[in-house]
Design a protein around this ligand. Structure first.
Ligand code: DGL
Length: 265
């Protein structure tokens, strides 16, 4: 591993770009290779086996690109395949997910509180957040709701549309989310509609986007291994399906991205 090697990041689609945005903010001198696995979107409705297979292939590709850190910018893939990615990267690269830093943040800031969590079916059914919280003997009460249609709408680009408010009204009124003291966005697509979620709650509760703590942890890991790049900043964005659909609207919310390139893995 060398400091001037790139950071590899992947998700099922555009959601992981919310993490990339934060990476660019905190680590502007890092080279980044992003892979959006659009051909297999949504991960949230796939089995653990399918997601693991994809994660292995993408990890192989990112290792071929000499990535020093592979960051799974997807809760569904973090829940289903982090162990496999970690095993594959072994001593070749560092591996990171979006869940562990989020749990740490909850434990440090919301212990004893009732937290709502929005995520895909894969993440919710894996119980990964509950299990990790239990392991910490935490006093957090977590109540999770799967919100798959929200992910689909965001991936389709309905970010500033009334569609989102209609979906939020349905989902956020669910039993699971009543009397919560904070809401965790446990799908990397959801920070793209954080404003609308906050507005639903009249800004009365914290809406947590873990991207900041995920990237702070990555910064710490790289720094601990003496792997911080001081002279890079190149970024490549690949997608496993036709880039035209993504390229047409992506610049509206990610001006840093010039264009996605098609790459079959
Ligand atoms: N953005 C992803 C996540 O954090 C995946 C969404 C999906 O593909 O269903 O879970």
């Amino acid at each position: 591993m060398k400091a001037n090697n790139p950071i590899g990041v992947f998700d099922s689609g555009i959601g992981g770009l919310t993490v990339v945005k934060e990476l660019i903010k905190q680590l502007p001198k890092e080279d980044i290779i992003y892979f959006g696995d659009k051909a297999y979107f949504p991960y949230g409705d796939k089995s653990k086996a399918v997601i693991t297979e994809r994660a292995k292939k993408i990890t192989d590709f990112l290792l071929e690109q000499h990535c020093k850190l592979i960051l799974i910018a997807c809760n569904s893939a973090s829940a289903a395949a982090f162990d496999v990615v970690k095993e594959k990267t072994a001593t070749e690269a560092l591996a990171a997910n979006v869940i562990d830093p989020a749990i740490k943040f909850l434990q440090e800031n919301f212990n004893g509180k009732r937290i709502g969590l929005l995520a895909t079916r894969q993440t919710v059914n894996s119980n990964v957040y509950q299990n990790k919280i239990k392991q910490l003997n935490s006093r957090i009460t977590l109540s999770a709701l799967a919100t798959p249609v929200l992910t689909l709408a965001i991936e389709e680009g309905f970010i500033n549309s009334e569609v989102i408010n209609v979906l939020l009204k349905e989902y956020l009124a669910c039993e699971e989310l009543q009397n919560i003291q904070a809401l965790m966005l446990a799908c990397t697509h959801y920070p793209l509609v954080q404003k609308q979620i906050s507005a639903y709650y009249n800004n009365a509760i914290p809406i947590i986007d873990p991207a900041v703590v995920v990237v702070s942890q990555a910064l710490k890991d790289l720094s601990d291994h003496d792997l911080l790049n001081k002279s890079g900043g190149r970024r490549c964005f690949y997608i496993s399906d036709d880039p035209a659909a993504v390229n047409s609207n992506i610049r509206l919310f990610f001006p840093e991205i010039i264009a996605f390139e098609y790459l079959r893995i």
